[in-house]
Design a binder for this molecule. Structure first.
Ligand code: HGY
Ligand code: MN
Ligand code: MN
Ligand code: MN
Length: 417
């Protein structure tokens, strides 16, 4: 191990150039900076990333789940690897930093170690996880689920609106879904997973901290609800003879919000963010509506209680209105608590760099999936005005550089352990 070598600083210009360059590989027919998973722009972004990884001296490969992995072999290859990862897919109309600074920051860590002439004991893996954001298949954190063996056959058979299966989409990125069963990482394969991410909330900015050590990450429960009524003429159908699926949705939507606003021991939030109304014509009574709801909490039982209460309400509303309602689970990630050891490691690294606080994550991450096989740690940097998942998403370069420096210090300190 490189005894007492002086660790350098991240190169802010290089980070800025990388963020800027990747932000140009987007679907410019959409608002903001949109690079949806499994699209041509996503492929282009991947090729660009591969180049940056190779330039940094990483050996590049695509794993069975189609994750892009850059590897730097350590001096003791028998040790389990240290993994730094995040994602470069975005939401529609998203920003330039969500996930992206975690992958580019990981590559900058590798450059910093090399420029400081430091070789780690542990092999270091930098990962761009496929499709962290909710995809057209209704599933999020696809690549990290696949890496830890949590992509079921049922999930692989799900189709996108064009009828393509998730299995086909993963293969189109170079993944090998048929080998997922025997390739998943097991407990012990990864010594530590670290992710630097924008906070996507207002706390760091409000308290004036540059860095945040994540104490826990919410679990996310997502369900799809389908309401079936009876399409009919909007002009000739009396009000007491209607089976209006959208009116049923309106009542259910408010019932869901009421459940989420109630007081629980642990805070929960709920959102209905995706809705389809058919036939969606001004002179036709809606006959069919489907929508997605998600519930987030650090306490899985609270999420389950909210969902069960909503389910009973939805059934009641449907039967009063002569509608049918079907509820199906889309995906579920468990809430995660970060271990005291990892929090200590990150707090020590951060306190050498900039003001730091501890805080929970209301956003879900690939770390939720990695937590099933490895100790995980996350570092936050501030989101200006707390905005994210929108074109206004912004994080100061100085804050990103401070986060990358702290990440490198934590990696170096863990390796020396
Ligand atoms: O939705 C989330 O929590 C994350 O930003 N994908
Ligand atoms: Mn996101
Ligand atoms: Mn993210
Ligand atoms: Mn993430």
């Amino acid at each position: 191990m490189s005894k007492g070598k002086q660790l350098g600083k991240p190169d802010s210009n290089r980070l800025s150039t990388d963020i800027e360059a990747l932000s140009r590989i987007v679907d410019d027919t959409k608002d903001g900076w949109t690079r949806r998973s499994f699209t041509a722009k996503y492929d282009q972004g991947r090729s660009w990333l591969e180049e940056r990884m190779r330039e940094a001296g990483l050996t590049v490969r695509i794993d069975e789940a189609s994750n892009l992995i850059g590897t730097l072999i350590g001096t003791d290859p028998k040790l389990p690897s240290i993994m730094i990862g995040s994602h470069t897919d975005t939401v529609n109309g998203g920003g330039r930093f969500d996930g992206i600074i975690g992958v580019l920051g990981g590559i900058e860590v590798v450059r910093m170690l090399k420029e400081s002439d430091i070789r780690l004991h542990h092999t270091l893996e930098v990962v761009d996880f496929t499709a962290e954001e909710p995809s057209e298949f209704g599933i999020s954190t696809i690549g990290s689920r696949g890496m830890v063996g949590c992509l079921s056959e049922e999930m692989l058979e799900r189709t996108d609106p064009d009828g393509r299966t998730l299995r086909e989409a993963i293969s189109s990125l170079g993944g090998r879904p048929e080998q997922l069963k025997h390739s998943s990482r097991l407990a012990g394969d990864v010594a530590l997973y670290l992710e630097i991410h924008i906070e996507q909330g207002p706390v760091l900015e409000q308290v004036g901290a540059t860095l945040g050590v994540v104490t826990g990450i919410v679990g996310i429960h997502r369900h799809r609800v389908t309401i079936t009524g009876q399409p009919n003429h909007a002009g000739t159908t009396p009000m007491d003879m209607r089976y209006d699926a959208l009116a049923g949705f309106c009542e259910m939507g408010l019932a869901f919000e009421r459940q989420c606003r109630m007081k629980y021991d642990t805070e929960a939030v709920g959102t209905i963010g995706r809705l389809r109304n058919n036939p969606n014509a001004s002179n036709v009574i809606p006959g069919h509506v489907d929508f997605d709801l998600e519930i987030r909490s650090l306490d899985t039982e609270v999420s389950q209680a909210i969902y069960q209460a909503f389910e009973a309400e939805a059934q009641r509303i449907a039967s009063e209105r002569g509608l049918t309602v079907r509820l199906e689970r889309l995906s579920q990630s468990d809430a995660i608590q970060v271990s005291d050891d990892v929090k200590r490691l990150l707090l020590d690294a951060c306190s050498e760099v900039a003001p730091v606080i501890e805080l929970p994550s209301g956003a879900g991450h690939d770390a939720n999936q990695l937590a099933s096989i490895a100790p995980i740690g996350m570092l936050f940097v501030p989101s200006v005005k707390g905005r994210s998942h929108c074109p206004e998403e912004w994080t100061e370069l100085t804050h990103i550089a401070a986060g990358v420096e702290a990440l490198t210090r934590a990696t170096y300190a863990f390796d020396a352990f």
